[in-house]
Design a protein around this ligand. Structure first.
Ligand code: ZN
Length: 625
């Protein structure tokens, strides 16, 4: 008997259940009985407790009011001040999503407005916060997700059927192993395959942006990987070295779920589209198309931090804050009813930053830990944040005095928003009022940050809820969108310019550099990692004449590096994390670092904690127990 049959047996006959379906691990019951829909809450609550599954009760289509009428009722009940931007109707699921700039006002006191909407329409309403910063990309993602309600319902039902399949193996037959398909002893193309008797789960599927050709992609040709057997993909965070190859799976026919947080889904869509554009421009051919990116988005299932969910008959996943960038997650995997527990850090930050809380460190159980080691070597110790901020302020003041401009090349996601918040704070404190221009994708990503305050730390969340304190909305920030506006910035007065790309490998940061390089009045500040061979790296090392698009450019502007603003844990933080983590794992697998960094961290963790550590190479397979 399936779990659905068992649940149905416990529901009163007069509840008039007309249909049932899965929505991934959740169970949905449709009823024709209006009274049961509105008052059957206690019965459902008891079932949830008994079965430890989420159960939703929704109205059969025949008793719901017409969709257009429902929209009118929503507009009548929710006050104008809530600033509704969109009402999205999913007929196949009986769900209305209301997007509003003031979600608190939309929901009403104690959820009053939502209750009224449900009573009067018999649809189930949800409220989502719309970013205070307009961005086309987020609207487009919503439209892709909600465009085909019936297809989405079918997909979620298929996923649920797979999750609730009866296990073929008993507890004694349990085994688990993990294959490194990329990102071992390297930074880039992160991808690992978890296998059990019942499941094949991929964790991350990235590209190596710095490499060329086949070395850019994970080893999907490894003998243990069969795309037809893949049950689920879990994404730790949106950076391309963890997500860039994901659409390729869909191109190859994968139709299953991708689990991640909501901000990860939105930001990865943006980064993938950008990657497609760039790779198209460079080699004139791409490994996948925008249609494959669309498929990826359609197949994502988002999870909140701390939400426990089954993803196959013997794998249960929970995501926790990783502190690295917005929406970044530690992935906790509970295998075979507690037979083994695996924690994968993805990229991680152990200290609090301007934007995010430190990485989560308490878990019900952890036996094996897979940890990143980007800055895992003995001498990878970063400058304290306060010193970095002071240094940045000194450069700004000195430049203003000389009537120059400051260029800060940034990665679109993470560092850019961190620098935005720091500059806002410093400028307010010092009462400086020169403009800060934001160019490139940074603006869209900042808009996504504004849409998900619950993923930010409490300081910044508080500020976002009061518009006049929201650092992202501060009037000193000006968006630069066109070449004409760029020219005006260059011919104008003293200012700070944040522009992508962070390593001066393309994008608007290069256009600015070309114009600003000639004058010692100007300054450039590096705040992110400059990979060997990049233009940023050459200038950082002190080259005084560089080649930009075939032109010789003399570097006369001041060049500074502020290294302590990284979104990665440094060596001390990584060791500290092992100190903090509860319970302490028995085995640590070190990945996501250059060869020497992986080896160095594995060795220092072994010495400090007397636990088994290993630094596998790509294509190595490790058994978990
Ligand atoms: Zn990252």
């Amino acid at each position: 008997m399936t779990i659905l049959d068992e649940i149905l047996k416990k529901i009163p006959k007069d509840a008039m259940i007309t249909n049932t379906s899965y929505e991934s691990a959740n169970i949905v019951l449709y009823t024709k009985n209006k009274v049961f829909l509105l008052q059957g809450g206690d019965i459902i609550k008891r079932l949830v407790e008994d079965f430890k599954k989420r159960i939703d009760l929704r109205a059969d289509p025949s008793i719901r009011v017409d969709a257009e009428k429902a929209k009118d009722i929503v507009n009548e009940i929710i006050p104008k001040e809530a600033e509704i931007t969109q009402i999205l109707i999913e007929s196949a699921r009986g769900v209305i999503t209301i997007e509003a700039k003031k979600p608190g006002l939309a929901i009403g006191k104690d959820g009053d407005n939502l209750r009224k909407i449900k009573e009067q329409t018999l649809w189930v309403p949800f409220v989502r916060r719309e970013s205070m910063i307009p961005s086309k990309i987020t609207t487009n993602i919503r439209n892709v997700l909600y465009s085909d309600s019936e297809a989405r319902r079918k997909f979620l039902d298929e996923v649920g059927k797979r999750i609730y399949e009866v296990r073929k193996s008993s507890g004694d037959d349990m085994w688990a192993r993990i294959s490194m398909l990329g990102g071992a002893r390297q930074v880039g193309r992160s991808c690992s395959l978890l296998q059990t008797p019942e499941s094949n789960v991929l964790i991350d599927c990235g590209v190596n942006v710095a490499a060329i050709g086949k070395y850019s992609f994970p080893y999907l040709s490894a003998p243990e990987f069969h795309i037809g057997d893949l049950d689920a993909v879990i994404i730790t965070h949106s950076h391309l070295d963890h997500t860039g190859f994901l659409p390729y799976l869909f191109k190859m026919g994968y139709q299953g779920p991708v689990y991640c947080t909501e901000p990860t889904r939105d930001i990865m869509a943006l980064l993938m589209l950008d990657y497609l554009q760039v790779s198209h421009g460079e080699h004139n051919k791409s490994v996948y198309s925008s249609a494959d990116i669309k498929e990826t988005i359609k197949h994502t299932i988002t999870l909140e931090y701390g939400e426990v969910t089954d993803i196959t008959p013997d794998v249960r996943v929970t995501l926790y804050n990783a502190g690295h960038i917005l929406g970044s997650s530690l992935v906790h995997l509970h295998l075979g009813e507690g037979w083994h527990n695996l924690l994968i850090t993805g990229d991680l930050k152990v200290k609090q930053t301007e934007l995010l809380n430190p990485a989560h460190a308490t878990f019900p159980r952890v036996e094996t830990l897979i940890i990143e080691s980007t800055y895992g070597a003995q001498d990878d110790v970063m400058e304290p944040r306060e010193n970095c901020e002071k240094q940045l302020m000194e450069i700004v003041k000195e430049t203003i005095k000389k009537k120059g401009k400051i260029l800060i090349p940034v990665l679109g996601v993470g560092r850019a928003q961190e620098v935005v918040v720091i500059l806002e704070k410093l400028f307010r404190g010092e009462k400086l009022d020169i403009p800060i221009y934001i160019d490139g994708m940074v603006w869209d990503v900042t808009a996504i940050h504004n849409a998900y305050p619950r993923f930010l730390n409490s300081d910044i969340r508080e500020k976002i809820f009061y518009e006049d304190k929201d650092p992202f909305l501060a009037p000193i920030f000006k968006q630069v969108g066109s070449g004409k506006e760029r020219a005006e910035v260059i011919s104008g007065g003293p200012c700070v310019i944040l522009a992508t790309s962070g390593m001066l490998t393309g994008g608007p940061s290069i256009s600015y550099l070309k114009e600003l390089a000639d004058s010692p009045k100007n300054n450039m500040v590096f705040v992110c990692y400059q990979a060997e061979g990049s233009l940023g790296n050459k200038i950082q090392k002190g080259e005084k004449e560089v080649d930009i698009d075939g032109d010789k450019v003399k570097i006369k502007l001041g060049v500074h590096t502020i290294a302590g603003l990284s979104g990665h844990a440094d060596k001390n933080e990584l060791v500290n994390y092992l100190q903090k983590i509860k319970p302490r794992p028995r085995k640590v697998i070190v990945v996501h670092g250059e060869n020497s960094k992986c080896l160095s961290l594995a060795s220092s963790l072994h010495k400090s904690f007397k636990i088994e550590t290993v630094a596998p190479r790509n294509l190595d397979v490790l058994r978990l127990r």
